[in-house]
Each structure stands twice: as C-alpha cells, then as structure tokens.
Design a protein around this ligand. Structure first.
Ligand SMILES: Nc1ncnc2c1ncn2[C@@H]1O[C@H](COP(=O)(O)OP(=O)(O)OP(=O)(O)O)[C@@H](O)[C@H]1O
Length: 875
C-alpha cells in the first residue's frame, strides 16, 4: 500500500511536473506570440504614421501649387484686364481726374467709372460703354449717382471733338442743378436744359432726330453712324446725349418714346443717361449701382464688386467746358479735302457737264455742284478771309480728281496781289503742276490787259468750237463730242478771282472786257466754256449789276459768310452762315434753291500737294506745264518761243523782237525791218534800264537771224549810265561790232549818212543802235546826218534803233515843232504819257497809256491799228 501510494505520489508528481513543463512551455509560447504581436503592431503603427505624414505633405504641396497657379492666373487676368481697359478707354476716357484733360479720339471709347475690386493689387478700371453703343442707367444713392453722371459726361465730352457731342439736361427735381457745373457749355449750344414739363417734347424730338438720321443720313446705306464713320471717316451728326435725372411716373406716350430711344437711339448717336427712372434691363443698357465703399456694381461686370471714382473736381470740369465752348464758338473743325475725292481718279466724262461735290450739307450729305448748259457760269462772293480762295481750291480739287485733262482744262487768273494760283504751276521748290491747268496768271492786278488777253483767247476758242459745231451740224458740246469722238474738246473752266479789277474804269480795256464777257457768257454755255468769277468786294458784284443780261448768265451763285448782293435781294442766308460754310444756289439766288455746304480745308499746302502730285504723276506725256504769267516777274528773252524760232534765213526781212506781249501765248512783240522808208525804231522815255533792255532784245534777236558776218552792228553810246549795258551787248553780238562815244560819233554818222545816200547796192544790212540819241554832239551837221540816215537809210538796209529820252526830243531830232514823223515807223514808249505820243499815232488821238514800271507801249504803224502793251525782257 505504501508502495502504491508512493507510486501514486510519484505518478502524481510526474504528472504534475509534466503538466507544469507543458504549462511553462505554453506560457513561453504565449509570451513569444505576444511579443511578436506587439512588434507587428508597432510596425504597422509606424507605417500608418509615415503614410499619414506623406499624405499630408502631398496635400499641402498640391494646395500650394493650386494657390500659386491661382495667383498667377489672377495676376495675368488682372494685367490683361487692365491693359484692355487702357486700350478701351484711352486718354480722357480713362485718365484719373488729377491728370485729366480733353483728348478728342478718332472713335468712341468706353468710359471709366471706378475700379473692379479683384483680390489682386493690379488696379483694373471699371468701364461702361456709352457713345456708339448704348445707354447708362444709374441707380442707388442719388448723391453718389450724381458724381457718376458728371464723370461720365465729362469723359464723353473730353473724348469727342468740340461740338461733336451735345447734351440735353432734364432735371425736374433740381431744376438743372445736377448739371450746373457744365453750365459754361450752354451759351455755345453744347448743353441745353429742358424745363420740368418738357420731357415729352424732349423724347419726341430725340425720336424725330433718330428717324431723320435713319432716313436721310444713313439712308439705308449704313446701319449706324458708327458704321458710316468707319467707312467714310466722316461724322456728319453729333452724338446727342440726353441726361434724364429723375422723373417720377412717366406717362404712357413718354414710356413708349423712351423705350423707342433705348432700342434704336444708339445707332443714330442718341444716348440716354438715366438716373431715378425705372428702366427694364435690355441689350445695350448698362446699369450702375451707386453705393458707398465696395458694394457698388456695374451690370457688365456681374457680381464683381466695384469701387466708384469720385466725381471730377470742379476746376477740371470748368476748364474743360471753357475749352470746349471756345472751340465750338470758333467754328467746327475743318472737313478733310479727301472727302471730296472719288474712289477712282479721272473716270468721269464731261460731255454733258462737270459735276463735283463742294463739301457736306449740315446733314452730312455731299452737296454737288454742276456746270453745264444750265447753270453754265458761277459767281462767287465773300469778304476777304471768309474762304473764297479755299473754296475755289476745293472745287478745283474735286473736279480735277474726277475729270482727266482730256475732259477738263483750267485757265486761272488772279487779279489780287498775291499768288494764290501759283501752286498750280511748277515752282522752284515743287516742280509739279496740276495737269489740267493750261494757264495761270498771278499778280495781274495792274495788267488788266492780261485779263483781256484771256478773254480774247477764250473768245477765239469759242469761235473754233462754234465753227466745228456748224461743220458737224450740232448745237452743243455733247453732240459735237459724239460726232467727233477723236477731237479734243475738254470743257474749259476759266476762273477769274477779283474780276472787278478788269471791269474797273471806263476805258477801252473795260469796254472790250465786258463785251467779251457777255459774248462768252451767252454762247460759252453750249460750247463747254464756263466762267467762274469771284470777288471779295460788293463793288465787284455791282460792276456786273449794270449788265442784267450778263448777270443772268451766272445762274450758279456761291455766297460765303456775309457776302452781300450775290443772292436774291430777299435771300439773306449768307449773313448767318457759320465759318467755312457757303450757300450754293443754282437758281440765280432764289431763296428756295439755297443749299448750305461746309467746305473742306483745301488751302493746306501739304494736303493739296498730295493730291496734285498724284494727278501730276498720272498726266499724259503730252501734257506740259501751264503757261505762267506772273505780273511781278520779268520774262527772259531766252524763254521766248518766238526768239527760239529765229534762225539765219536768206532773203527775209529781219524781225526785231522788243518784249513779251501780254497774251495767253506769250508771243513776242515784233517789228519787221523791211527795206522801206520809216523802218527804224525809236525807244522813248527816261528809264535807262528798260530802254537798254529793249535795245538789247532788238539787237540780240536781229543777230540771231544772220550768220556771224551777215549783218553789221554799230553802237553809239551817248549816256554814261547806259554804257555798261551797251558794252555788255557789244560783247555778246557777233563779229565784234564797233562802239562809238560822243568823241567819235561824227565818224559813224558821216559814214552812215554817206552810205545812206549812196547809189551802189548795199551788201549787208547795218543796224545802228544809238543810246540817248537826243544827246548827239556836233550841232546841226550831226543832226542833219542823223536825219539823212533815218530818212534814207532803211531803203539801203541801214536801220536806226535809237533811244530818245523823251517824245519831244525825238520830235526835235526829226526837225522841229511839227516835223514829219514818218521816218519812225515803230516805237516803244516807256515813261511817256499817251498825249505826248499823238504825233506818232494815227489820227488825231492819243493812245491810252499811263506809264508803269517795266511795262512799255509798242506801236508799229505798218501793222497796228492800236498800240499794244509789252513787257521788256529782263536778264
Ligand atoms: N473750309 C475751310 N476750312 C478750314 N480753313 C479754312 C477754310 N476756308 C478757309 N480757311 C482758312 O481761312 C483763311 C482764309 O481763307 P482764304 O484765303 O480762302 O480766304 P479768302 O476769302 O480767299 O481771303 P482773301 O480774299 O483775303 O485771300 C485761310 O487761312 C484758310 O486756310
């Protein structure tokens, strides 16, 4: 038992030991597992932490990136918006008030009212479109709204040319007080106020304006004034801005008209700025909510907050308004000459007439003027400085651009002192000329003969055309051109500025001029010869009044401001014309035929030259420069066509040229020294320079007709003052002619007298030039010898070209108080009065002549009926 118990105890112990061992093992394993689990958990935790940090970092980076991009985008957007705004609102449209002044722009701009509040430092202006776009409605606080309206108005005024924008103010509550700061504009007509009851009438008037502009200005050709201005560079109508400041309830008709204007006004330049009136949103209407601080809004910027600018300072408004009012009072800015030019040059035919615009009507429509069978001729009048010359330039430019030189020829004469037509002829600085111009006469104030010469020339042309018409059995130019298409039949336009000078006085020149004018005016119409007579002086027009038949032909009348007596007696339209405007009347001045035209500036040399150069470059090769007659210039013998034609010719009587005749063709006055009694020449007067010039011309022209030794020249100089000229002539003549002075005068005279009385035939002509023949020394013997030479010489080809310093002194030389004068067949008188010339003139009359510088009277008894005025050739 004991053993078994012990066994049992041992077994139990063994069992317990085993169980303990197993339990310990289990505990160790459990501990291990626990430790592994703890490690794993720690690893997982660390990994989880690391991931979280990474995610957070990535997120931060991303957010930073987005922020940066956002900032960059915003900056770019703000910069772009700011620079777009600068472009959309340049100068006066957007400048800040402290640096603001009017800067008229070429086209309508948007107007700044404040700035957009963007989360970016770049300031972006808040702009609203008005002119050429739509209307502005201001809501919110009245006080702030007033400043907005004032700012808008000033900016709009400052971007338009003075007078190109007018304002009408309707302010029933404050009776115009809201616009009081613009009051300086009122006297100039730029601002008008409408009384409290006047809204209906104002809206009606604006609607009428819109209708009129649509019908007559846009006329179906353009959809808006903006489009018209873009296409034509003209803005014939002002922008009309109506400011309506509070009205309470509008009547039904007022509502209707307001809606019409909101819909259709902008295209016709009628714009509304409305404050304190209910207006529905609609296209082209900008709403401004005027509030303090950052809560203002403009509808085109959506929900973006806007800070409005303060109103313009009073000093800025006052200065700008004064400037604009002054400019408007001074008259509208000139229209450009280009507005008169056609799309294509030289495309018109003048067969039935000449039609060209002269400028724009007040409605902006071109006013055209026609010269044709009716009206055939024009009278232009305007006191000095009113733009008469400018109008002639503009008209000529418009015509010259439409008609080629084959269709139109100009003859221009200016009796004024001045050179207003000289620009059409080649000058020293500018070699171009207007290709249509065939003749330019300037500084002709004392040479009325030149006016006469032009009329004579036109009279000749009239005859030529009438003869051709008869040949072709037609009655007018259009028919003649149809029958003779190869002929050259341009319409001729002769312009005579200050024409009254030509008609002044009761002398032969005036009489002949009036007769010629009458004939040209009557018959020129059907032959395409048109006269334009201009005068600044009432007396000019009055010079014609005595000739009703003549005046009646000038049915086209053009009156510049304050021109009198040019239109019909009761037609006073010219008295109230603004500057640079004219009344054009194609019905002899009848009131109902008035058309007002605003004439472009054509006087500006640069603009004119641009046109002239274009036309000049297009001229046909055959079109030479015009003949320029300049009363102040001395013609040169070398330029004389007659002189250039002279050449040695066998068996022909020599021709003496004396000076330039006053005529269209620049002919030289001439006398033929035939072998016949009396073929001598006397130059009479005391003016040494001119006398020497005439003798030099005579000798040089003679020399040109002989081979070097074909003729003999002798010079006898008895006046010290003439000696340099005489010697210069001698040096120029061929074969070194002999020169005699007082001391050896007897040699020459004795020989020549012997030669004159001889019986043997002379082998060559001998021309004796005597300077101051009245100072002949040698008493009676020498005088007798000279008389013998004068009487008998020409038969033997000895001709005297002598200068006597007075008509009486020549008479003495010829033999006393009433000698025979037939030894002097031709003479040139300088400062000698007409009455002194009676003995050398046919009949008992004296030629009409009053001496003037560098002019002479020439008479050749063998060919002339009357004497002719000539201009000595100078060096
Ligand atoms: N339509 C116009 N637009 C702008 N300037 C003009 C216009 N017409 C005339 N002028 C300017 O006015 C001035 C006088 O013009 P213009 O010489 O044509 O006058 P006028 O009547 O011919 O004077 P006068 O007879 O004394 O020469 C010139 O300086 C000219 O440039």
């Amino acid at each position: 038992m004991a053993e078994s118990t012990a066994q049992q105890v041992m077994d139990i112990r063994a069992g317990l030991s085993y169980a303990l061992g197993a339990a310990e093992q289990a505990v160790a394993a459990a501990r291990e597992a626990h430790a592994a689990a703890v490690t794993r958990r720690e690893r997982v935790m660390a990994a989880a932490n690391a991931r979280r940090t990474k995610v957070a970092e990535t997120l931060d980076g991303r957010i930073r990136e987005i922020d940066d991009r956002h900032r960059r985008d915003l900056a770019a957007f703000a910069e772009a918006a700011a620079s777009a705004a600068d472009r959309a609102a340049p100068g006066a449209a957007g400048d800040p008030w402290d640096d603001w002044q009017p800067t008229p722009l070429d086209k309508a701009a948007e107007l700044r009212v404040g700035r957009l509040l963007l989360p970016h430092p770049e300031p972006v202006p808040a702009l609203v479109p008005l002119l050429d776009h739509g209307h502005v409605v201001v809501r919110g606080e009245r006080r702030i709204g007033d400043e907005v309206v004032a700012g808008l108005l000033l900016r709009a005024l400052g971007t338009a040319a003075p007078g190109a924008l007018t304002i009408t103010g309707y302010d029933p509550e404050h009776l115009g007080g809201g616009l009081a700061r613009f009051a300086t504009l009122a006297p100039a007509g730029v601002l008008t106020f409408v009384g409290p009851g006047g809204l209906g009438a104002l809206l009606n008037d604006l609607v009428d304006q819109v209708r009129r502009i649509n019908e007559t200005v846009l006329a179906g050709e353009y959809t808006s004034l903006r489009e018209l201005a873009l296409a034509t560079h003209r803005r014939p109508e002002p922008w009309r801005v109506a400011v309506l400041l509070g009205a309470g309830e509008l009547s039904r008709p007022e509502q209707t008209q307001l809606q019409r204007l909101l819909r259709t006004g902008a295209a016709a330049g009628v714009h509304l700025i409305i404050q304190g009136m209910p207006v529905q949103a609609g296209p082209g209407i900008e709403f401004i909510t005027a509030t303090e601080g950052d809560r203002a809004r403009i509808s085109s910027a959506g929900a973006l907050p806007v800070r409005l600018d303060g109103g313009p300072p009073q000093a800025v408004v006052a200065a700008a308004c004064r400037r604009i009012a002054e400019a408007v009072a001074a008259g509208p800015a000139p229209v450009a000459l280009d507005s008169l030019l056609p799309q294509q040059l030289w495309k018109e035919s003048s067969a039935t007439g000449l039609t060209a615009p002269l400028g724009d009507s007040p409605l902006g429509v071109p006013v055209t003027v026609t010269l044709s069978d009716y009206p055939p001729h024009a009278l232009i009048a305007g006191p000095s400085g009113t733009g008469k010359t400018n109008l002639i330039y503009a008209w000529m430019g418009a015509l010259a651009a439409r008609y080629s030189p084959a269709e139109l020829a100009f003859y221009l004469l200016d009796f004024k002192e001045g050179v207003s037509f000289a620009r059409f002829a080649p000058g020293r600085r500018d070699p171009s000329w207007l290709p249509h111009v065939r003749l330019v006469g300037v500084n002709v104030n004392t040479d009325r003969e030149f006016g006469l010469a032009l009329l004579r020339f036109l009279g000749e042309e009239l005859r030529r055309r009438a003869d051709a018409a008869k040949r072709y059995e037609v009655t007018n130019l259009a028919e003649l051109r149809a029958e003779d298409p190869a002929g050259s039949w341009p319409r001729i336009v002769a312009v005579v500025d200050e024409f009254q000078v030509l008609l002044a006085g009761r002398d032969a020149v005036a009489t002949e001029a009036v007769d010629l004018l009458e004939d040209l005016a009557r018959r020129g119409r059907s032959q395409g010869i048109h006269l334009i007579l201009a005068s600044q002086d009432v007396s000019g027009i009055e010079a014609l009044w005595g000739r009703p038949a003549l005046v009646a032909q000038f049915s086209l009348r053009i009156a510049l401001p304050r021109a009198r007596r040019i239109l019909a007696e009761t037609n006073t339209a010219a008295e109230s014309l603004p500057r640079y405007h004219a009344v054009v009347n194609a019905d002899s001045g009848a009131l109902e035929a008035n058309r007002i035209v605003r004439v472009p500036a054509a006087g500006d040399r640069e603009r004119w030259n641009a046109l002239q150069h274009r036309l000049w470059r297009m001229r046909p090769d055959s079109q030479g420069p015009p003949r320029l007659f300049d009363g102040d210039a001395r013609p040169r013998l070398a330029d004389s066509p007659d002189f250039r034609r002279l050449a040695p010719a066998e068996g022909q009587a020599p021709v003496v040229l004396l000076g330039e005749t006053i005529d269209v063709a620049a002919r030289s006055a001439r006398t033929v020294l035939r072998r016949a009694p009396g073929r001598n020449l006397a130059v009479l007067g005391t003016r040494t320079e001119e006398a020497c010039a005439v003798l030099a011309t005579a000798a040089r022209s003679l020399a040109a007709q002989f081979p070097p030794d074909g003729a003999a020249f002798s010079l006898l100089c008895l006046d010290q003052d003439a000696r340099p000229a005489a010697e210069a002539l001698r040096d120029e003549l061929p074969d070194s002619p002999r020169m005699f002075f007082a001391a050896d005068a007897d040699w020459l005279l004795e020989d020549a007298a012997n030669e004159a009385g001889a019986t043997w035939p002379s082998d060559r002509p001998h021309f004796i030039l005597i300077y101051a023949a009245d100072a002949l020394p040698g008493g009676k013997a020498a005088a007798d010898q000279l008389r013998t030479i004068l009487r008998q010489g020409p038969e033997r080809r000895i001709h005297v070209l002598g200068w006597w310093r007075g008509a009486g002194l020549l008479r003495d030389a010829l033999g006393g108080p009433s000698p025979r004068t037939d030894a002097i067949g031709a003479w040139v008188a300088l400062d000698v009065h007409g009455s002194e010339l009676t003995p050398y003139y046919p009949g008992a009359t004296a030629p009409v002549w009053y001496p003037r510088p560098w002019r002479a009277l020439h008479f050749d008894r063998s060919v002339h009926r009357g004497a002719e005025v000539i201009i000595p050739y100078g060096q």
